[in-house]
Design a protein around this ligand. Structure first.
Ligand SMILES: NC(=O)c1ccc[n+]([C@@H]2O[C@H](COP(=O)([O-])OP(=O)(O)OC[C@H]3O[C@@H](n4cnc5c(N)ncnc54)[C@H](OP(=O)(O)O)[C@@H]3O)[C@@H](O)[C@H]2O)c1
Length: 317
């Protein structure tokens, strides 16, 4: 974090697209903690399943190029952060047109607008661009997406890279963290299952390094401030199976770990294939900015504390 002595003089105008996303909410939390403020604007397309009131946002649909252009010509942002995406991995197999429209055509609109107003684009992507044969992955590994969501995310990256703009792509994986509306993530899914007090299965053959949204937000803020360009992998310090992650969730939230049973991915019959050994190695990000991404236990403790502070005492006794 900055100390008051380090308050930067430059004040960029920052537009955050997809204010209903978990990352946008974490960015808002980071900005509230800073001893100064950039000119930050949040934008919502209104597609989020939640009637979210936070962060306060302007309405504009980035999949409508004319609407986005008019909004950005008026605002003239220096930095645009795209946290919006079609993120339903299984549904993307059957809703291909919609997934492409949001994750590729929508990104084309954003890139076109960045060219128009000369803004730096910070765009989020995923470890799902890899096939999971030998993860966790570095920035120099070759993508090979398995499912349709993954293919749209890789196509979206390529739109940024080929768009003749200043771009930064942040690939992350398995995001979790406190949100005021308890938006679904793996942690909330496990906590809801544990609350049913019945045994349930979690796959023990999918590996990743779960990532706290607040760490992503803090890292993104470093990019905003430094204007560092290029591809960065950003992921948590611990690489483990979903089963091990679920056991740690039960432990930190003081629930009954024995309800969690190991199962295999094949037993789930999911519509989309997943990378089995996924995850992203964050060494480049950590070395560039002198930061460290949280491990699972400390990340979950942070989430628990934030839920407590938000009044969600049902999860944080
Ligand atoms: N969640 C993960 O575990 C994970 C892992 C790796 C990478 N990522 C990437 O990180 C970024 C942010 O992920 P997130 O999990 O924070 O996102 P999220 O909670 O799923 O939110 C995505 C947001 O995109 C916007 N959106 C626009 N069009 C949409 C549509 N047709 N359907 C659904 N949402 C639409 C919505 O915000 P508005 O309504 O406000 O516009 C929505 O709240 C994405 O690029 C994602 O691919 C996520």
């Amino acid at each position: 974090m900055y100390t008051f002595r380090e308050i930067p003089e430059e004040k960029p105008k920052v537009l955050i697209i997809g204010s209903g996303s978990k990352i946008a909410e974490a960015l808002w939390r980071v900005y509230k903690r800073l001893p100064y403020t950039d000119d930050v604007f949040f934008m919502t397309s209104g597609h989020s399943e939640y009637d979210h009131k936070m962060p306060p946002s302007d309405s504009c649909d980035f999949t409508n190029r004319k609407e986005l252009k008019e909004y950005c010509l008026e605002l003239q942002p220096n930095v645009i952060i795209n946290t919006a995406a079609y993120t339903n991995v299984d549904k993307a197999e059957s809703e291909r047109q919609l997934a492409w429209n949001v994750n590729v055509s929508g990104v084309e609109n954003i890139v076109a607008v960045c060219r128009l107003v000369d803004a730096h684009l910070i765009h989020f992507s995923t470890d799902y661009v890899f096939d999971g044969t030998h993860g966790p992955y570095t920035e120099t590994d070759t993508p090979h997406p398995l499912g349709y969501y993954a293919k749209t995310k890789l196509a979206g990256e390529n739109v940024c890279i080929g768009g003749n703009i200043d771009w930064t792509i942040i690939r992350t994986n398995v995001l979790y963290g406190a949100t005021h509306l308890l938006k679904p993530d793996f942690v909330m899914w496990v906590l809801n299952k544990l609350a049913e007090k019945k045994p349930f299965g979690v796959v023990n053959d999918q590996f990743s390094n779960p990532t706290l949204i607040d760490d992503i937000a803090y890292f993104t803020h470093k990019i905003i401030r430094s204007r560092k360009k290029g591809l960065f992998h950003a992921g948590g310090a611990d690489w483990c199976s979903r089963y091990d992650f679920a056991r740690m969730i039960a432990k930190v939230f003081k629930q009954d770990e024995s309800l969690i049973q190991p199962i295999t991915t094949a037993e789930l019959h999911q519509a989309a294939a997943r990378p089995m050994r996924g995850g992203v190695i964050p060494f480049k990000a950590e070395a560039t900015f002198g930061i460290r991404f949280s491990g699972i236990e400390s990340g979950l403790l942070t989430m628990r504390r934030q839920l407590q502070m938000d009044g969600h005492h049902e999860w944080a006794l």
